[in-house]
Design a binder for this molecule. Structure first.
Ligand code: ADP
Ligand code: MG
Length: 266
């Protein structure tokens, strides 16, 4: 099994990139589980025809902690990609990150992983602050390879830098590692140079450059990924080659230390 995380600043294109990669991987025959770890809860919406699925936290609020079953929180999207949204707390009450921890616990308790039997788990995580719950995929042994999605904009590179530091400091026993930066272009001047310069300082390399392309909005308006809506487009080819690159840069292995398969160090 591969366990991959996409981190990055809010609005930078994590979910767009993640769901296109999930769709491309499912086209290659992999069983994929995409877990949205953003209180916005829209990670998987382009895999599910644009509809919002019940989040883990909403399911808990509506049914009660003990009554949630796997079927409440697991949805099948395009190409049978399994979709989960952790969800967020009631605004003003509770910590957004705590929701992620609760969601991970619920997935395990309800036997959701045994239903999905994923070859690849893709965590889509908001990386503006890498504290508490948002660091959970890194600190808890959930994700093995961490890819950071960034543009060349300063705030986005600043978030990237924080995420990379967190992976280096808190990736327990070196379990999680920074696997590369995905440049999702905003087309600011000298964007590629800015990103390469930042990478020289941060250490690590550029996994892929994704162009800014109106095909993304066109597909999004249909509630679809580019892979589904415009499979013959250049942008779809770009996401397919990113998916191949991620396969090359991630390890496919079982857990060997007797920890839980999904959160190795919980
Ligand atoms: P995040 O998950 O990081 O918050 P999203 O994936 O939701 O960000 O992206 C925010 C918006 O940016 C999306 O609504 C999408 O339309 C747009 N977007 C993302 N990547 C691209 C791209 N490569 N080309 C054009 N638009 C993009
Ligand atoms: Mg998102």
């Amino acid at each position: 099994m591969r366990k991959i995380a996409f981190y990055g600043k809010g609005g930078i294109g994590k979910s767009t990139t993640a769901s296109n990669v999930s769709a491309a991987l499912s086209d290659l025959g992999y069983r994929v589980l995409q877990i949205g770890c953003d209180p916005k809860a829209d990670s998987t919406k382009n895999l599910t025809g644009g509809r919002s699925v019940m989040t883990v936290l909403d399911a808990i609020r509506q049914k009660g902690e003990e009554n949630v079953i796997a079927e409440d929180i697991l949805y099948r999207g395009y190409g049978n990609v399994w979709c989960v949204e952790a969800g967020g707390p009631t605004p003003g009450i509770g910590c957004a990150g705590r929701g992620i921890i609760t969601a991970f616990e619920k997935l395990e308790e309800t036997g959701a992983y045994e239903i999905c039997k994923p070859d690849i788990i893709l965590y889509d995580v908001l990386g503006d602050v890498v504290c508490g719950g948002f660091a959970m995929p890194i600190r808890g042994g959930y994700a093995r390879e961490v890819f950071v999605v960034s543009s060349g904009e300063m705030m986005s590179l600043y978030a990237a830098s924080n995420i990379i530091s967190a992976v280096r400091h808190f990736g327990k026993r070196g379990y999680a590692s920074f696997a590369g930066l995905i440049l999702n272009r905003r087309n600011i001047p000298d964007e590629l140079d800015l990103v390469n310069k930042a990478l020289e300082e941060l250490g690590g390399d550029l996994t892929a450059v994704i162009p800014r392309d109106p095909a993304v909005q066109e597909a999004e308006n249909l509630g679809k990924t580019v892979i589904e809506a415009l499979p013959g487009s250049a942008q779809a080819a770009c996401y397919r080659s990113l998916a191949e690159e991620i396969l090359k840069r991630s390890e496919d292995k079982e857990e060997e230390d007797g920890g839980s398969m999904y959160g190795a160090f919980m």
